[in-house]
Write a protein that binds this ligand. Structure first.
Ligand code: OGA
Ligand code: MN
Length: 275
């Protein structure tokens, strides 16, 4: 296997391995690469829905997403799609998946199934590099903080998606979510300190109102999104990306209006987070 960085701080492209048939030691190296780099990209994979599910179970379990439509024949696969006549995409803002769960998903395995003729890239940003680059006084300010996360405002009946033409494609409008996590977590496997707030699901710092929290949340978001912290993936048929929701944020570009895009996602089960 060969590992090539995609950008100075974020992402790695892995060649010389077939995800569907990798050995246990290859699987271990892949996991370490994803924990460390935040996202790994695999090209020219033959990866059927059965392979996708098998891979997720082998990694350590699958969390089924409560909001996205599920693949008809394979209910553990969430379908992330946008029709040619839809304006709004899924995941089109910086976020990390499932941070609103008490035990957030470890990561996601996203497979390109139908791509627009151009555009539809995905970006990631590295939250270890983001934390490291903060000034010491900011680190001291956030090291002991906790924050509240929920998805309710995004998916509820009159929520953010419901106000767009993506609303009708989603499920779970009545669910109630909420979880408190440290603002700075330690990666369960690498031990690296990571910034763990995100603009999509983090509402407030514990002990502060939303209004009191917003300036610091915005400051942290802006500090996290430097160009060198980010990487960008141009999908091709056969591309699979696997990311770590603790190490990275991601953002789906919505620059292919009038074209169909369909991705298949399996969400990998995670573990409780600690400072
Ligand atoms: C997701 C997501 C990104 C994309 O599946 O969680 O944000 O590029 N998708 O479709
Ligand atoms: Mn996402």
């Amino acid at each position: 296997m060969e590992f090539t960085r995609m950008a100075p701080e974020c992402g790695v492209e892995v060649s010389g391995v077939s995800l569907a048939n990798c050995s246990d030691s290859e699987m271990e190296s892949i996991k370490q690469a994803i924990y460390e780099h935040g996202v790994a990209v695999f090209r020219e994979q033959e990866f059927s829905p059965e392979d996708h599910i098998k891979f997720g179970r082998r990694w350590g379990g699958i969390d089924v997403n409560n909001y996205f439509p599920l693949q008809d024949d394979f209910n553990e696969i969430a379908v992330v799609k946008k029709d040619p006549d839809q304006q709004t995409n899924i995941g089109g803002a910086w976020h990390t998946d499932h941070s609103y769960d008490q035990i957030p998903a470890m990561g996601s395995v996203l497979v390109a199934r139908h791509l627009p003729p151009q555009g539809g890239d995905t970006m990631w940003a590295h939250m270890g590099a983001a934390y490291d680059a903060l000034p010491d006084d900011m680190k001291a300010r956030i090291d002991e903080l906790e924050a509240f996360h929920t998805a309710d405002h995004v998916y509820k009946e009159d929520g953010l998606y419901a106000q767009t033409d993506m609303g009708k494609s989603l499920r779970g409008q009545n669910l109630k979510t909420g979880a408190v996590h440290p603002v700075v977590i330690r990666h369960p496997h690498t031990g690296r300190k990571l910034l763990y707030v995100n603009t999509a699901f983090t509402i407030n710092f514990v002990g502060q109102t939303r209004e009191e929290s917003l300036p610091l949340l915005t400051e942290l978001t802006n500090a996290a999104l430097t160009e060198t912290n980010q990487c960008r993936l141009q999908w091709k048929p056969g591309t699979v990306a696997i990311w770590d929701n603790r190490t990275s944020w991601h953002n789906a570009m919505n620059d292919y209006q009038g074209h169909y895009r369909e991705m298949h996602r399996i969400t990998l089960s995670g573990e409780a987070l600690a400072a």
